[in-house]
Structures are given as C-alpha cells and as structure tokens.
Design a protein. Structure first.
Length: 132
C-alpha cells in the first residue's frame, strides 16, 4: 500500500521496486499499474540491500521494508544502499518497531524528518545530511 500512496502524493517519472520477495514485488507492481498506470515500474529481486549494482540511481527517494533475516543485523548493507541516494535524498523505512529502532541506532548521515508508530510497527522518513 505504501508505494501506491507515495506514487499518488509525489510526482515520479519511474519506480524501482526492490526486495527479497518476488511475489510481493509483482503484487506491488500490479497495484501501482492499477492506480497509476502511466508510471513505469522496474522489479529487482535482491537478497540484501547491499546488492545495489543493478540499480540505476542515484534516486531522490528510496522506500524500503525492513525485513527480518535470521542472523543478519538490521543495518547490513545500508551503506551501499545509501550511496544510491542523491545528496539530499530521502529514505523511507518501515518494519517492526524494534528492528527499525536497532537500524536507526547505527545509521549515520541522516536527519529524522518523520516518525510514526502503530501496533508494533514503525515508519521513519530520513533525509540524507549534506556534509559540511
């Protein structure tokens, strides 16, 4: 639902959906086509956020679901993902509240712009800080 909501509120010329669950990506792409059919969508099945070599960035914004991967810390690969953002790009992360909290503890170079919690889940909007 979040990518569809964002596509209605923000004017984008294209969307890249990346994640571990290919079925979830296809359903999201279908929902986007039903709600905003003119938006070209690219699907990337990647096991970890670190696998960004196929991304065509830099992007103005990245929206990602923080998924539990047993034995892998929540921040694994975030440094590489952050490199795909423009200088003042936005990163929207949503997932289980405790995992988002752990990720934020170790994430550097961002300002918190928004923060919502609901029934054990949390969404945060972060803006990349410009050094200097």
């Amino acid at each position: 639902h979040l990518p569809v909501c964002l596509s209605r509120k923000v004017s984008h010329t294209s969307a890249v959906l990346a994640g571990r669950d290919l079925l979830q990506l296809r359903v999201t792409a279908r929902n986007l086509s039903l709600n905003k059919s003119e938006l070209p969508v690219e699907l990337l099945s990647v096991p970890f956020p670190a696998e960004t070599e196929d991304l065509s960035g830099p992007f103005d914004s990245i929206c990602m679901a923080l998924e539990t991967i047993p034995g892998v810390p929540p921040g694994f690969g975030m440094e590489q993902l952050v490199q795909c953002l423009n200088a003042k790009g936005e990163l929207l992360i949503y997932g289980k509240s405790s995992e988002v909290h752990l990720l934020l503890k170790g994430l550097k170079g961002f300002e918190l712009r928004g923060n919502r919690k609901y029934r054990g889940f949390r969404a945060v909007c972060l803006q990349k800080s410009v050094p200097g």
